[in-house]
Design a protein around this ligand. Structure first.
Ligand SMILES: *Cc1c(COP(=O)(O)O)cnc(C)c1O
Length: 429
């Protein structure tokens, strides 16, 4: 890339959550292959982020390239209204098989946020179909993240999720403090009682409870005991609410099970997936639901689900998703996540002794160092690039979720850089 191109980027292109007045630095990428990102100046970075949970097989994957190239020769896109095609059907079959039993109906959406929009509309339409016209609210945990479009934003954490800025614009839903921390911590009966009281107060006007099962991602890289999900599921049943799991981050093996829902005992009524769905190649997401939800909507006077994006069921994305799922299932993915987990624990452990560090935690293929002070993103990022790794922290979270194909030596290199980074005071605000 030329310096003129970089100057254009700085002047004209918004990057995620940045200012165009004083943008954070960006690093020009020339290519990516395996777990290595090559910068335009020739430097290479081991990628700890998997492009935000997505590139589970790494980059430039022969099987995914072949699927995309084969599909391009057939068609890149055709409208899904009035047409169907093999990639969509084959993907649908795999998703029905792979997701928790009972989730048989599939809506293909074009991004994670859209799949959450669809899930929320589905829940409202379901309640409407049952004659429950006053159930337009949602219940959720604080600390969640569900995407950046309006409906998902309205159920994101009200403090970190910009509710004050968009206060006059966003619908108001009901929040309960997030479950106590720790995947293996005991279920706290006091919190269970709070949940029951929360439902008793608000369930009558709510369509569904929505949450990220077990791992809250962009809201804080926070892990909690799956036992609370069973409590929520029972309360949903008792109060006739649907249960929506947002597994856009946790799906496809990341937490050690194919879906995080499997850590708990209940199938949700609605499930959102995205991110790793196409192995990080193309934007695609899906909202799955039970027969009960689909049939109730379908038999109602409205009868149709009121959503239909232009690029719904995009054949190119579906074909790559099919190849990505097949590649995952052919691999020893459970053992792979176990190996990632052990390596992350082994190499991040040293951070727990550092005074700037509040907590170190690992679950499946997710490793988190929580710091006491927010990091200076530009400074810590420059340090990581100088070390030859790619880690992109936010706030007080320095975290990784590497591609599953990362070698032990590569994981060690990424973790060593993370531990070294948080030991330096100048990396904090
Ligand atoms: C990333 C994410 C989303 C939003 O997905 P986009 O594809 O960015 O719209 C929603 N929910 C969770 C849990 C996510 O991690």
């Amino acid at each position: 890339m030329t310096s003129a191109q970089l100057a254009f980027d700085r002047q004209h292109l918004w990057h995620p959550y940045t200012s165009l007045v004083n943008p954070l630095p960006v690093y020009p990428v020339a290519s990516a292959s395996g777990c290595t990102i090559t910068l335009a100046d020739g430097r290479t970075l081991i990628d700890g982020m998997a492009s935000w949970w997505a590139a589970i097989h790494g980059y430039n994957v022969p099987e995914l390239n072949a699927a995309a190239q084969a599909q391009l020769k057939q068609m890149s896109h055709v409208m899904f209204g009035g047409f169907t095609h093999e990639p969509a059907v084959e993907l649908g079959k795999r998703l029905v098989d792979l997701t928790p039993a009972g989730l048989n109906r599939v809506f293909l959406a074009d991004s994670g946020s859209v799949s959450v929009e669809v899930a929320m509309k589905m829940a409202v339409q379901y309640q409407y179909a049952r004659g429950e016209r006053g159930r337009g609210k949602f219940l959720t945990f604080r600390g969640g993240y569900h995407g950046d479009t309006t409906a998902p934003m309205s159920v994101c954490d009200p403090e970190t999720g910009m509710h004050s800025l968009f206060g006059g614009f966003l619908p108001r839903h009901h929040f309960i403090r997030k479950p106590p921390p720790g995947f293996v911590a005991e279920v706290d009966s006091g919190y269970v009682a709070e949940l029951a009281a929360f439902f008793a107060a608000h369930a009558h006007e709510a369509a569904a409870f929505i949450c990220e099962p077990v791992v809250q991602g962009a809201g804080g890289m926070y892990f909690y005991n799956p036992g609370y999900l069973n409590v929520v599921a029972e309360l949903c049943q008792r109060h006739s609410l649907l249960l929506i799991y947002d597994e856009i981050a946790t799906g496809f093996g990341r937490t050690g099970t194919m879906f995080a829902a499997e850590h708990a005992g209940f199938t949700p009524d609605i499930l959102c997936i995205g991110k790793a769905l196409t192995g990080g190649y193309l934007t695609l997401a899906a909202t799955l639901c039970t027969d009960e939800v689909a049939d109730t909507i379908g038999r109602s006077e409205v009868s149709v689900l009121m959503h239909g994006p232009t690029f719904m069921g995009n054949p190119l994305a579906c074909a790559v998703a099919v190849a990505s799922i097949d590649l995952l299932l052919q691999s020893a993915w459970k053992a792979t996540i176990g190996r990632l987990s052990e390596n992350l624990s082994l190499h991040l452990r040293a951070a727990a002794q550092i005074p700037t560090v509040k907590d170190v935690r690992v679950l499946g293929g997710i490793g988190v160092i929580e710091t006491r002070q927010p990091v200076n993103v530009a400074k810590i990022q420059a340090f990581f690039v100088a070390q030859g790794v790619w880690v992109r922290p936010f706030g007080t979270r320095v975290y990784v979720m590497p591609p599953y194909v990362m070698t032990d030596a590569e994981i060690k290199k990424v973790c060593t850089a993370m531990v070294a980074a948080v030991a330096q005071n100048e990396h904090f605000q």
